[in-house]
Write a protein of this length. Sequence first.
Lengths: 219, 1008
Amino acid sequence: MSQIFHRSTNTYSRIVIFGAVFFLAFLTWVFTVLDRSSYATRQHQVREQPVPFSHAHHVGALGIDCRYCHTTVETSSFANIPPTKTCMNCHSQIWITSPTLEPVRASYRDGKSLDWTRVHDLPDYVYFNHSIHVAKGVGCETCHGRVDKMPLMYQQNALQMEWCLNCHRNTEKYIRPKEFITTMGYEPAGDQEEIGRRLQKEYNIQGVRLLTSCSTCHR
Amino acid sequence: MSNNPENHLDLATVRDRLRSTGGRKYWRSLDELAATPGFADLLHREFPRQAIGWSDDENPGEGRRNFLKLMGASLALAGLTACTRQPTEHIVPYVRQPEELIPGRPLFFASAATLGGVANGVLVESHEGRPTKIEGNPEHPATLGACDIFSQASVLQLYDPDRAQAPTLNGEISGWGSFFGSLRAMLTAQKAKNGAGLRILTETITSPTVAEQLKGIQKLYPAAKWHQWEPAGPHSARAASMQAFGQPQNTYYDFSKADVVVALDSDFLASGVASLRYARQFSARRRVSEGKTNMNRLYVAEPMPTATGSKADHRMPLRAGDVEELTWALATTVQAAAGGPKTNDNGDIYRWAEKIGADLLRSKGASVVIAGEYQSPMVHALAHAINAKLGNVGTTVFYTDPIEANPTDQLASLQDLAKDLDSGVVDVLLILSGNPVFTAPADLGMAARIQKAKTRVHLSLFRDETSQVCQWHLPEAHFLESWGDARAFDGTVSIQQPLIAPLYQGRSACEILQSLSESPEMNPYVIVKNYWSSQHAGADFDAWWRRAVHDGVIAGTALPQKTPALHGEGLTAHAQKRTLGGKLEVNFRPDPTIYDGRFANNGWLQELPKPITKMTWDNAVYMNPGDAHRLGVETGSMVELSYEGRRLKAPVRIQPGHVDGSVTLHFGYGRTHGGRSANGAGFDVYPLRTSKALWQDVGLEASKVSGSYEFADTQMEGVLDPARHIIHKGTIAEYLKDPEAVHDGAEAPAKSLTLYPGFNYQTDEEGRPKYAWGMAIDLNSCTGCTACIVACQAENNIAVVGKDQVRRGRNMQWLRVDTYYAGTAEDPNPEFYNQPIPCMQCENAPCELVCPVQATSHSAEGLNDMVYNRCVGTRYCSNNCPYKVRRFNFYLFSDYETPSLKLLHNPDVTVRSRGVMEKCTYCVQRINAAKMDAEKQDRRLQDGEIQTACQASCPTEAIIFGDINDPNSRVSKMKSQKRNYGLLEDINTRPRTTYLATLRNPNPEWES
């Protein structure tokens, strides 16, 4: 009885079997790369805003402290986006005719809020709290980057869970003395890990086991 | 259970089996006692009704095979969902940020919720202007920080999308302007005839401001009449104080000083005004510390088992009509009244009265005899006489002037209105709140009579049955939307402070009444404030007002206590001999969860398992197993009830412990225009309730008719085998002799006997002390009132699933209260035990080991964390949970669509979607919030700083949460008591939630 399949079929089948493994591995690789890409995380993307507010100007050039606008960063989970009134504290006196600021003046006039696009947006199942991070020596810059050099705001870091855990597992590498919380371009006065370990004790930073417990961030 | 006929309950089988086994100790249903195949299957399969494909009537498209296919596909795709981008979100800041508001932190405001006109002080949690959760106000005398189910669920009522949203005229949307315009014209006409055609119908009013307004209206329109109707109000108590004292009185009690309490058909621990306060005081007297106690003793006579009955040391199942005879016998024993002849065939009554009387006489001045709101005026009058005779007045029983603005006989008031309607003199009928067409006694035929008024105006939250017969319907402002005031049980006034502007341009009764006055334009804030400024002498009004609003109580407004003289002559008419004559007694009671029907559209309350019966979404004809056997019916059979020529078809539910020869009907169900949840649920009992008998009567006939009915009760959900030492109990005498006796037979294996890895709960990696969260539930305090379940539901965004899903065992409440019966089926008086079951937070947690994606895992502080975003819905954890406390979202139960319900959610807790397991986490959001606040201040948490939602609402302080690493915390002290035990301790899960055995204090002279 003659063979049903030609001998070359053996080769083809080998290629298909081994190829499938590589193909699946390739798909997995594509998936992981895509998932971490700035397309998925929106890292480094400038978002359109009603007013082209420049942190570079207000923080970098004028030296306004973060907490002048983000008033509740030390007391609440939410750092607060300033009410129009805060903008108008200055802009009722300077740049009062600037066409770029018309939406701000209109908001103040009509009592209608400005509609900002969220730049740092965590999923709703993550319960991030600004106040505890600030109280434990995590600087604004550590997560938000050099906002004093951002004419338009963008997201500096991936804000993915592995990025969060990176710090929660090794807090000594990232924390700084509280007096430098809002400092941009902070340089540790010595070895960061050594300072970090001292601050961990001083600020009574929780153990890794607790910082990586699920309910610390999810509930 | 299933429709299979062989699974059906047969009482003969129950008896036979019990005879052969010598009776089982604890049981949860008669099915279980009879050991029907259905029950064995239920116990064996754990979640039989949840399983898709098990029920015959589920959509065929959702068979088991399809379910597995879909689950397989979703599992494969589960990982891919992580690949999605965050949708673009917006931040909309304030233009001018309000002072004191910190975005992300809730604010609490004091206000007052009323039920039957009487205030309960509440603290309302507000997130950026949306009220989300209601707690008790610790400074309010009626709540003392606890909160009842109605106040808590009212926040859902506020956001109810079915609420009336605009004024309507003959069903067409109109406006407030045109209403006030036409009202003005009518008032001008009425002015000419002194208001002779003006009638105002309200519910019970205690508000001093509204009382003043009505007084003013009476002056402007002297011939106008104000009528009141409160379907479940204290009509008998009012009549009794006229009978006993010749004038209306308000009565309240102090159970903290009572050694002996006799409840005559009174559910004072779980319903009625001040029940939160009473429960707190009562349970304080049942606390047992090692070796010492001054535990009180409770006698309860009642027809239908209630929460209060479940706490009784001696519960006497007694027909409601026979309670009067018991009271007479009691009054005779303590020589408070000269009793007539012994007319009752039930000899037990006199034996009971003798023993109770002797006990009462031993506790002169330290006892309470409390008559139920649904008892006859004579029972109340006799209770007054007994309390007076025992010297309780002034120590445990207090009298004040009435708290109502007009303590009138409401039935007579309504009959008077009916007469006026018939004679055609009523030109304008203003119905301000209430639903008289649905709730008025059936013989008054209010639906037809009201239409004899020329202009009918109805103000209410919903366009309900009454609105259908009125030309004008006005949307009412919810109490969280408007200013007002109200008195509590002792007269203390609370200012009702709004938390949110009216969602649907509603207005309160106070505003409508103002439009009848000479200065119609005032807003409710000004009305209330003006009234109180006229009451407050002194120049510091502004500061005084701010304090009153802030505290939620106006200091010094409790009415002065007094000692009214008893009219002895009112207590001579002995009741006629009552015989059933082969018929049944009928009891009308407000529903335990939807009250008189006003909460019928509230999903939380509809789905809340009612105390003892565990019914949801329905009422039933509750009857004794013996009566059911005689009628040839079983649970779910339809019967036709006939009473005084009025007929009603309704399903039966057999209730162990219900007195024989009597049935109990809860009114409030069977709404036709109540909203989406209300309509079609249960059956309407009001058509049987006449002015002759508002609460009880003899002469009901019941006969079996064809048809059957499916209830959705949760009694058999999460069933733990009651033979496994679930309830530990004993008597106080036994306990004082040998504290270990309460754990009779239970075993706790050594802690070393485990394969689970060791875990250091004491210190963290740096050797610093850690918190270890734990909970202790004192079963001796718990009344099973279910306030904790609603608290949990509100706090944790728990979805409502509907009757059909509850029937399949898919109700989502994280916390349940199990009821166990002890005794035999033939025992007319089984004991009841309530046990709240939240997640046990096992140290050796079976659920954690089986999760393939680590969606549930151990936190460093010993919580079993549940990560919703990680869960892929295998349900392995739930299958492996010995306590059955996990809940699975079989469908998309959470409402993401309805705009008003979005405002309801607690922003600190995830709203769970379909296919996700969820469970109690000891309110981890509250733990984290408190811990962060403490850490920011660089200090340890203090004991009591964190209260779980269930704990905060508990009127008896039965639930205590805290750090078990701290030996001085309240929870550690509770757990160190000898009564402490873990549920199913023998399987060595080391639950962090433990129970304290319940103790009874029976009268040693009481032979059974």
